[in-house]
Design a protein around this ligand. Structure first.
Ligand code: PBG
Ligand code: ZN
Length: 324
């Protein structure tokens, strides 16, 4: 009697029968960059296929989302004016607040997730307040909470803090509850690493730090065990969903988190990961569709429940094709 693993690979039907993981459109979240101003659709050079849109041009992109069947979008804002304290981040009529209102009015069934962080709104480009060249922790928390409440007021469905200040999940939870937003979940960027894979995003969102780097608040890429402490802390503080970011170079962290924690687990397939695939595909070095689907499957296999990805609309399209 011999074990022959190839018996289960003889045909597509047989392989499909024993397939352990599948990517579904419902797993995906699509990030969108909203820029203040009028009649703007700016392609992001390092991210082929991705553009910044002004609110009055969002319709085009949102129609594609609706058509795709993707359930949610993640919004980032690019304000006209930046200052030391990121005032535009928590202004009632700030760019993301307006985008949220527009989407919830015209596409009420699409989940609107908002990234909460100051770096796109501060003149220095850091995710928190600054004094003497240092990024302040506790002083930043009220501003993040103010931003969260202001976005919830505008109609956001999920608050996603990405700043990596200690204690922000608990602080934001308390202020959301205080404002009556008991039912708005927090998707915490829990294990967010200081990564070179964010650089295309920083072009897209105009959010590169003006001095230094983010290594005093984002995690050291060498630390997998510490990532478990970060996630644990966010769970204790009341996070409803946890995230590992970036995704592909950190699938060991995704795997361990999926085994250890029972909350919905999100992974963010970031801008640099997208840019690498798009650049190689444009050169004809790889087959884009097969590479992307393999990457998506790898994230699911590692244990991710939800994938934030710039490929979302393409993946949704390919999944439809494969059914027809
Ligand atoms: C803001 C934020 C960043 C990303 C998501 N939220 C950039 C950063 O931390 O510098 C990165 C997303 C991507 O690269 O696609 N803090
Ligand atoms: Zn930031």
């Amino acid at each position: 009697m011999k074990n022959r693993l190839r018996r289960l690979r003889v045909s597509e039907q047989m392989r499909s029968l024993v397939r352990e993981n599948r990517v579904q459109t419902e797993d995906l979240i699509y990030p969108i960059f909203v820029i203040e101003g009028e009649n703007i659709k700016n392609p992001v050079e390092s991210m082929p296929g991705i553009c910044q849109y002004s609110v009055d041009r969002l319709e085009e992109e949102m129609d594609r989302v609706k058509e795709s069947g993707v359930l949610g979008v993640l919004l980032f804002g690019i304000p006209k004016h930046k200052d030391e304290v990121g005032s535009e981040a928590y202004r009632e009529h700030g760019v993301v607040q307006e985008a949220v209102r527009y989407i919830k009015k015209n596409y009420p069934d699409i989940l609107v997730i908002v990234d909460v962080c100051l770096c796109e709104y501060t003149s220095h480009g850091h995710c928190g307040l600054i004094a003497d060249g240092k990024i302040l922790n506790d002083e930043t928390l009220p501003l993040l909470a103010k931003m969260s409440v202001s976005l919830a007021d505008a109609g956001a469905d999920i608050i996603a803090p990405s700043d990596m200040m200690d204690g922000r999940v608990g602080f934001i939870r308390e202020k959301l509850d205080g404002a009556g937003f008991f039912d708005i979940p927090i998707m915490a960027y829990s294990a967010k690493f200081a990564s070179a894979y964010y650089s295309p995003f920083r072009d897209a969102a105009h959010s590169a730090p003006g001095f230094g780097d983010r290594k005093t608040y984002q995690m050291d890429c060498a630390n997998g065990r510490e990532a478990m402490r970060e996630i644990e802390a966010d769970i204790w503080e009341g996070a409803d969903m946890i995230m590992v970011k970036p995704a592909l170079a950190y699938l060991d962290v995704v795997k361990e988190a999926s085994l250890r924690f029972k909350l919905p687990l999100v992974t963010y397939n970031v801008s640099g990961e997208y840019a690498l695939v798009k650049a190689a595909a444009e050169k004809g070095f790889i087959d884009e569709k097969r590479i992307v689907m393999e990457n998506m499957t790898a994230m699911k296999r590692a244990g991710a429940n939800i994938i934030i990805t710039y490929h979302a609309l393409d993946v949704a399209e390919w999944l439809k094709e494969s059914l027809s």
